[in-house]
Design a protein. Sequence first.
Length: 366
Amino acid sequence: MGNSESNTAVLILADGTIVYGRAFGKKGIATGEICFNTGMTGYQEVFTDPSYYGQVLIMNNVHIGNYGVNLADVESDGVKVKAVIGRNLEEKFSRFAATGSLQEYFEAQSVVAIDGVDTRALVAHVRTKGAMNCIVSSTEMDLAVLKQQLADVPSMDGLELASTVSTRETYELGDPASSLRVAVLDFGVKKHILQCLVERGAYVKVHPAKTSFEELQKFSPLGYFISNGPGDPAPMGYAIDTVKKILASNKPLFGICLGHQLLALANDIPTFKMHHGHRGLNHPVKNLVTGRSEITTQNHGFGVDPAAVRANDNIEITHINLNDDSIEGIRVKNKKAFSVQYHPEATPGPHDSRYLFDEFVALMNN
């Protein structure tokens, strides 16, 4: 039966786990794959990251919303997470630059959330059991009805979502007179990635996900950027073919996150769905070329097959994750093509890895 007057909300996981809490944000029902982010700041940038599309996000930090929201702290045109789970989702906030509260923001963006949850226990459960689908409701409290809706939610494994969040029209950023022309394939690109390119003198043209290589060429780019994005890269045959043609052109190519996975697939390296993924602002990565370590921002639920990478004579491993030895960066030998699994723009997060944008610019200048 309905629960429109109550402030109760319920979370049901695919393994049968049921958690009750308080309704926050917009009253309603939301479904998706549950995941968690361990970052202590930058919640608005996280919520608006297109790579989170299709997911229900646990914010592991105990206070979310305490510094409000503003128009500048966004990575796209709106909130992309399907729902948010928190311990203390705050209506009150303190920050001179804030333009409103998290509650107002979620209502305006139609985001369903559940508050008052023991997020540490829930994260421990997901770390143990793995990522799975879930449903959050603050209107319908009939568990049987909700479980039926949950059963109909598609698995993230095999789900192509990048074309859903991609731009529909091309657009340009930067100085049109610049010789550093970069064609961007948008699978859910974050605004600050584009800003990092523009700040280094690039003139970028952002293209829809299914743009052909021939169409990209019309921009006469010096280099190609393959963006981050949500979902499974394996079904993205259209993108893999485009990356192969870019590699054949011998022009510089830089991929981030999903772009990293697509570069691997274009070199016959398979990807796989991770147990629970990497999402946070403090993941340690070692640069094998320099021997230096860096603290990185990450958001991905798929990875590239480590054994296949090591067996591929055309690929050099450039970065590894110091927590689990997963592949964090690769370079194609005898090509000006490289990629990283993490987010060097780091919004939010530390800027240890922004040198990668400089390396991309250097490849285009050589």
